[in-house]
Design a protein around this ligand. Sequence first.
Ligand SMILES: Cc1cc2nc3c(=O)[nH]c(=O)nc-3n(C[C@H](O)[C@H](O)[C@H](O)COP(=O)(O)OP(=O)(O)OC[C@H]3O[C@@H](n4cnc5c(N)ncnc54)[C@H](O)[C@@H]3O)c2cc1C
Length: 494
Amino acid sequence: MKKVVVIGAGLGGLSAALRLRQAGFEVQVLEKQSRPGGRSNVLQENGFRADMGPTILVMKEAFEEFYHSIGEDMQTRLEMVQLDPNYRIYYHDGTHLDLHSNMAQLAEAVEEVSPGGAERLFEFLGSGARKYRLGMDFVGRNFDRLTDLFNPLAGLRLMRTQAHENLYRQVARFFDGNDKLTKAFSFHSMFLGLSPFRALAMYSLITYADLSLGMWFPKGGIYSIVEDMLELAAQRDVPVRTNAAVEEICIEAGRVVGVRLEGGEFISADIVISNADLPYTYRKLIPEANRKRYTDRKLAKMAYACSGYILYLGVNKTYPQARHQALFFSEDYRANLDAIFEDKTLPEDPSFHLNIPTVTDPELAPEGHSLLYVLAPMPNLSADIDWDEAAPLVREKLLNRLEEILDPQIRQHIVWERDYRPTDWQADINAELGTAFGSLAHGFFQSSYFRPHNKARDIDGLYFVGQGTYPGIGMPMVMISSRLVTERLVDEWL
Ligand SMILES: Cc1cc2nc3c(=O)[nH]c(=O)nc-3n(C[C@H](O)[C@H](O)[C@H](O)COP(=O)(O)OP(=O)(O)OC[C@H]3O[C@@H](n4cnc5c(N)ncnc54)[C@H](O)[C@@H]3O)c2cc1C
């Protein structure tokens, strides 16, 4: 039986390990941290259970496909609840807009913001549907050569949807320059770590997917998916070793022979799959003499996504009027994004994502309490920011806003609190430059064929899974990446 070592127990590493075991490989997973999950980790303290990273699931079918591929049924293992609305958007002037998956309700909400807006909404969604189909042609497949990109039908769709245009400008055109609607239908690229002012219009496919496929939350939180995978791994003889940081991928005559852990232990393998950040893997785990393609110079030149600051709060009251997911857009939306992506400075007035999972699942907090997760996108660690100084400042700004939009007395109700900073992602999971959602930004030349491939082209037996390779950032993409690397290994090794 071919022996596989997977470096990292993120969702990509765990799902690849289970798929490969099902296919007949001998697999073990080595995880640096004391608890598996990677970016999708959990904080369990004082009766609160907070997802630390991802909070919501889109493209649920990518997870269903994973379970199906290993002979399981997701429906019977996880209890998924659909959010309604998907988001509440809070604007700086005190108004809000609910983004529903129900089209009639969404149209009504849009009409209230801009009379006649419903017609433009459906034009926008029609274009989003075409972009989604175009995107999916490139998302669910392995790439080997540049010609794999050529597809005349896709070219036609690209022309029809003008997917190569600038995202923000195109959305503004759809909504006749209405500021509130343009913000509400363009922010989604932030989840790929990209400013809507920089992203390709192609990425409004994410807005379309959110609205048309719905947003889902597993009871118990996102970490219940990780726990379920760990249970399956235990049943199927897939060891997941924690506190096992890999220090080097060992290579002899251009082929992997195993890995060496911190402390010196050598583990032999026919195949090594890295789920750790791809730029980090190349830079730190592979001696430069063995890297023809990803030299330190090339890695330094690549474009990296943003980071974030998260405040987790346990409060001793509930908010029946609140929604599970909300976004607050600062008055100068552009200045906030430019600070993060262009100037690399601390945003003056941060926009943020507010998640209150206890709206859907009260069991994530003690009775009568709520769990709040406030995520403000921030520059990555290429910025000159001292996070010991910056964190208390950002916390104050976020609490001031929560007083305005949620509860004027919120500070008095906080009974538990933690935060997470760009430096934490770097220290905990070796995220390059402390990037949050994923490391490599999704510009054109870091997407599909141009994103690092899931098979190292210069080292035999080395593969990748997770956000660093294609299709890219986000949990459903990571689940697809584990399917793609499994298909490749089955094809090449069995
Ligand atoms: C704040 C935040 C919010 C997000 N929100 C959403 C959301 O709502 N929906 C969504 O779909 N996605 C969201 N994402 C994105 C999503 O979480 C990630 O894209 C995805 O979880 C990445 O998974 P991965 O498999 O690539 O690996 P990662 O989660 O990056 O895991 C990599 C693992 O490798 C381990 N590792 C690193 N180096 C070593 C080493 N040397 N030896 C051993 N192990 C090592 C790490 O410790 C880690 O466990 C969010 C991310 C963040 C951070």
